[in-house]
Design a protein around this ligand. Structure first.
Ligand code: MGD
Ligand code: MGD
Ligand code: SF4
Ligand code: MO
Length: 717
C-alpha cells in the first residue's frame, strides 16, 4: 500500500516574514506562543502577546526550542528494530514499510487477543481527543494517560468528592489572601502563567504557606515554611480539619448548602489534634493553631492547592481529598479570592469543539485495568497504566499484544525500568511515536518520528478556565527530516486496519473545520491570534448555579463512588517508619531548566542544567562519613546503583534524601545526556506494582534507598 504525500511538507517555506500562532512544545504545559518566521526559518520565539496572562514570556526551556529544532540527534526517519530489543540495532524504513509492519502486527494481535489486546498510552492533556479517537476506532477500550505517576490521585480524589477534576480549579490569584502549597514548587516546577500570577500576588502581599520536606525555591518565597516528614501531609490535614472545626473557622452557610457527610468528617478528626500530628509531621502544634487562627480571618480567600506531590504514596488519595475538603470548609469555591471553577462553553451560551471521538461508536469491552468498573474511583478516562503492564505480563484479566507509546516515555516515567521491561518483553509489538530518542523508544520495535511542534499542526484544543478558550498550534516551518504529524500517522494506521472513517481527513484544516462546526468560530479567526476566548470577561457563577457532578450534587465527604468501591471515607493515618542508619526515603523533583527526561540532551539546556546532587541532612551525613561535595552511591535494592555528589544541607528533612529527576539517560545516540547523572526512577525498585488502592497512583515517594560514601572519590575515568 502506498501512502498519500506527507501533509506537512507544504509551502511553509514561503519567502518573507510572518508570525505563526502556536503552542510551546518544550514541556507539557504548552504555553500559547508566537513564532516569528523569516524565509521558512524560525527566527524568534515568544509567548502569545494576545494572552495577557502570559504576555511575551517563555521559560528557559521554551526559549531553548530553537536549539531543539536545530538538533540532529533525533530520529529522522521511521526505524524498525533489527536486533534484540534495546540492543540499539535499527534499520531505516520508509513510512509505508513501517506503517505496513505495524498494521500486520496489530492484525496478529487482533486475531490472538481481539481488538482489546491493543493499548496506547499518551502524555495526556489538551489534544487527547486524537489518540482517544484512534484507540476507540480500533475497537479497544485501552487508552491510558500518564497520570499514575503524575496527578492521578489528586484527579481521582477530586472526581470522587466534587465530581470533576482538580484541573478545573483555578486559584483567583489576583484576590487570594493566603495560598497553601503542598510541595507545589510553583517557581521551579513552573507553568509560565501561574508563576507570573504567583509572583505578582506575593508582591501585593498574598501570604503563602509552603509544606515540603525540602526547602525548594518556593519555600524561599513563602511567608511560612513547614518542613514536614515525607508522606505525612495526611496527618497534617486531619489535624488542620480538627482545628478548623474546633474553632468554627469554616463557612457554615457554604457547608450547609453544598457539603454532604460532615458527620463522617467530625468523627474521623475527633482525636487528630494539633498535638497528635506533631509527632507525625514535625509541625509544632502551636504553629498549626496560629495558622488556623490566621486563615480564619482570611477565608474565603484561602486556597489549599494539593499540587501533584500529594499523589504519590499509598495514602496520597486521602491527602489530596482532605486538601480539597479544606477548600470546601473555607467556602472558597467559585468565590473571589478562592478557587474559580473552570467553565465549559455552555456557561457562556457557546458551543464547544466537536469531539473527534464522536465519530466512532462506543467500545463495549471492559478496560483491562478495571478503572471505572471493579475500581470505581479510578477514572476510566485516564486509566491505571501499571495495570496494563501487569496484564501484559500475566495475561489477566485478558492478554495484551500491542502497545503504542505516543508522546509518552514510560521507561522513564514509571518506576523500576527493569520490571517494566520484563512486562514489555511479553508484548508482540511496541511502537514509540516521539520527537526524540526516548528510553521507551530505544526499547521498542518501531520508532515513528513525529514532526516537532514547530514543524506540524495539531488538532485544536479547548481549555476550560474562568473563560474557556480555543487554542491553536499551527505549523511554522517545514519538517527538517522525514517525519509526520500525529493525526496523519494515526489515520494511516487506521487506513491499514480498515478503520479510516474516524480520521478520514486529508488536511489539518479539514479537521479544524470539523471541530469548529457550530461554534461560530472559523479557522481564520483562530489564525488571527492563535486563541479565541468564548466570552469577553469572566463571570463568577452564582450560588444557584454552583453544581457538583456527584450523585448527590454536593461535595461528597461521604463519597458515593468510594462507597461503591468499598473504600473507607477517611481512614486512619498510617505513618511510615522512619528509615535509619544508611537508609533514607528518596524524594525527587525538577529544576526550572529541564522537563522530565526530555531536555537534558538539548545543547542549551544541557549547559543550563544544574549538577544533580544528593541532598542529605548533616546529622545523617556525618555518621556515614559523607561531607558536602563527596561522591556517594545510592541503591534502591535492584542492580542499579547511582553515583553522584552529596549536597549536605539542613534544607532537606533528616529522614529523606532528594535528587532531581530527568538524569541518567542511556540512549547512546543522545550523546549529551548519555550517562549524565542518576535516574531516580531506576532506584524506585519494586514500585511498578505498588500503588495507592484508592487512586491507583504509584507509590514513588515511599522508596527507601541506601546511601554510602563512594570508595572511589572523583569522576570515574
Ligand atoms: N521517578 C520519577 N518518575 C516520574 C517523575 C519523577 O519526577 N520521578 N515525574 C512524573 C511526572 S510528574 C510526569 S508528568 C511523568 C512525565 O513523563 P511522561 O509522561 O513520559 O512525559 P514527558 O517526559 O513530558 O514526555 C514524554 C515523551 O513525549 C515526547 N514528546 C515531547 N514532545 C513531543 C511531541 O511533540 N510529539 C511526540 N510524539 N512526542 C513528544 C518526549 O520526547 C518524551 O519522550 O513522569 C513521572 N514519573
Ligand atoms: N521546570 C519544569 N516545570 C515543570 C515540569 C518539568 O518537568 N520541569 N513538569 C510539570 C509537571 S508534569 C508537573 S506534575 C509539575 C510538578 O510540580 P511540583 O509537584 O510542584 O514539582 P516537583 O518538583 O515534582 O516536586 C515538588 C516538591 O515536592 C516535594 N515533596 C516530596 N515529597 C513530599 C511530601 O510527602 N509532602 C510534601 N508536601 N512535599 C513533598 C519535593 O521535595 C519537591 O520539592 O511541574 C510541571 N512543571
Ligand atoms: S512552561 Fe516553558 S517549556 Fe513549558 S510550555 Fe511554557 S514556555 Fe514552554
Ligand atoms: Mo506531571
Amino acid at each position: 500500500m502506498s501512502t498519500t504525500m506527507a501533509p506537512n511538507v507544504k509551502a511553509v517555506s514561503s519567502p518573507g516574514k510572518r508570525t505563526v500562532y502556536s503552542m510551546c512544545g518544550m514541556c507539557a504545559v504548552r504555553c500559547p506562543m508566537e513564532v516569528k518566521v523569516e524565509d521558512g526559518r524560525v527566527t524568534w520565539l515568544q509567548g502569545n502577546t494576545h494572552d495577557k496572562a502570559i504576555g511575551a514570556s517563555l521559560c528557559a526551556k521554551g526559549a531553548a526550542g530553537l536549539a531543539f529544532e536545530a538538533d540532529d540527534q533525533r530520529p529522522q526517519t521511521p526505524l524498525i528494530r533489527s536486533g534484540p530489543r534495546g540492543s540499539g540495532q535499527w534499520r531505516r524504513a520508509s513510512w509505508d514499510e513501517a506503517l505496513d509492519h505495524i498494521a500486520d502486527k496489530l492484525k496478529d494481535t487482533v486475531e490472538t487477543f481481539g481488538p482489546r489486546g491493543i493499548a496506547l498510552s499518551d502524555r495526556g492533556g489538551f489534544f487527547n481527543d486524537l489518540a482517544r479517537t484512534f484507540v476507540k476506532a480500533l475497537g479497544s477500550p485501552n487508552y491510558f494517560n500518564h497520570d499514575v505517576t503524575c496527578g492521578g490521585n489528586v484527579h481521582n480524589a477530586a472526581r470522587a468528592t466534587f465530581g470533576f477534576s482538580h484541573a478545573a480549579l483555578v486559584p483567583d490569584f489576583e484576590r487570594t489572601k493566603h495560598l497553601v502549597l503542598y510541595g507545589r514548587n510553583i517557581v521551579e516546577s513552573l507553568m509560565v502563567k501561574e508563576v507570573k500570577a504567583f509572583m505578582t500576588a506575593m508582591s501585593r502581599g498574598m501570604r503563602c504557606t509552603y509544606i515540603d520536606p525540602r526547602a525548594s525555591a518556593t519555600a524561599a518565597k513563602a511567608t511560612r515554611f513547614w518542613q514536614v516528614r515525607p508522606n505525612s501531609d495526611y496527618a497534617l490535614n486531619l489535624a488542620l480539619i480538627h482545628e478548623v472545626l474546633q474553632k468554627e473557622a469554616y463557612d457554615k452557610d457554604f457547608v450547609e448548602r453544598f457539603v454532604s457527610g460532615m458527620d463522617v468528617l467530625r468523627e474521623a478528626v475527633k482525636d487528630t489534634t494539633p498535638e497528635w500530628q506533631e509527632a507525625h509531621t514535625g509541625v509544632p502544634a502551636g504553629e498549626l493553631r496560629e495558622f488556623v487562627a490566621e486563615i480564619a480571618g482570611q477565608r474565603p480567600g484561602v486556597v489549599f492547592n494539593p499540587g501533584w506531590m500529594t499523589a504519590r504514596h499509598k495514602q496520597s488519595f486521602h491527602v489530596s481529598r482532605t486538601a480539597l475538603i479544606l477548600n470546601a470548609l473555607m467556602g472558597n469555591l467559585e468565590t473571589p479570592g478562592g478557587f474559580i471553577i473552570g467553565k465549559r462553553p455552555v456557561f457562556y451560551g457557546r458551543k464547544g469543539l466537536k469531539p473527534l471521538a464522536e465519530r466512532v461508536p462506543a467500545v463495549a469491552e471492559p478496560r483491562v485495568d478495571g478503572a471505572g468498573t471493579t475500581h470505581p474511583t479510578w477514572d476510566p478516562a485516564i486509566g491505571a497504566l501499571h495495570q496494563l503492564f501487569a496484564a501484559a505480563e500475566t495475561g489477566q484479566p485478558y492478554g495484551i499484544g500491542a502497545y503504542i507509546a505516543y508522546r509518552h516515555d514510560p521507561v522513564t516515567a514509571l518506576p523500576d525500568a527493569e520490571a517494566l521491561k520484563r512486562a514489555m518483553d511479553k508484548l508482540n509489538l511496541i511502537v514509540s511515536i516521539d520527537v526524540r530518542y526516548s528510553e521507551t523508544g530505544w526499547y521498542s520495535d518501531v520508532i515513528l518520528p513525529e514532526s516537532t511542534y514547530l514543524e506540524r499542526a495539531n488538532i485544536l484544543a479547548q481549555l476550560p478556565g474562568p473563560v474557556p478558550v480555543f487554542v491553536m498550534r499551527d505549523q511554522a516551518i517545514a519538517p527538517r527530516f522525514d517525519s509526520r504529524p500525529a493525526w496523519w500517522i494515526f489515520r494511516e494506521i487506521l487506513r491499514r486496519m480498515g478503520r479510516m472513517e474516524a480520521l478520514d481527513f486529508e488536511t489539518i484544516e479539514e479537521i479544524w473545520n470539523y471541530q469548529l462546526e457550530g461554534t461560530g468560530v472559523t479557522v481564520d479567526d483562530m489564525r488571527e491570534a492563535g486563541i479565541v476566548r468564548l466570552a469577553d470577561a469572566p463571570r463568577l457563577g452564582t450560588r444557584d448555579e454552583l453544581k457538583f457532578f456527584t450523585p448527590s450534587g454536593k461535595i461528597e465527604i461521604d463519597s458515593a463512588l468510594m462507597a461503591k468501591a468499598g473504600l473507607p471515607f477517611l481512614p486512619p493515618y498510617q505513618p511510615n517508619t522512619a528509615p535509619g542508619g544508611d537508609r533514607f526515603t528518596l524524594l525527587f523533583g525538577r529544576p526550572p531548566t529541564l522537563a522530565h527526561g526530555q531536555s537534558l540532551n538539548n545543547p542549551l539546556l544541557r549547559e543550563a542544567a544544574p549538577e544533580q546532587r544528593l541532598w542529605i541532612h548533616p546529622e545523617r551525613a556525618s555518621p556515614l562519613g559523607i561531607r558536602d561535595g563527596d561522591w556517594v552511591e545510592v541503591s534502591g535494592g535492584g542492580s542499579y546503583v547511582g553515583r553522584l555528589r552529596a549536597f549536605v544541607t539542613k534544607w532537606i528533612h533528616a529522614e529523606a534524601v532528594f535528587m532531581l529527576h530527568g538524569y541518567g539517560a542511556t540512549v547512546p545516540l543522545a550523546t549529551r545526556a548519555l550517562g549524565v547523572g542518576v535516574a531516580d526512577q531506576r532506584l524506585q525498585h519494586g514500585k511498578l506494582y505498588e500503588f495507592d488502592p484508592a487512586g491507583a497512583g504509584n507509590a514513588l515517594t515511599e522508596t527507601t534507598v541506601r546511601v554510602q560514601r563512594a570508595a572511589m572519590q572523583g569522576v570515574p575515568a
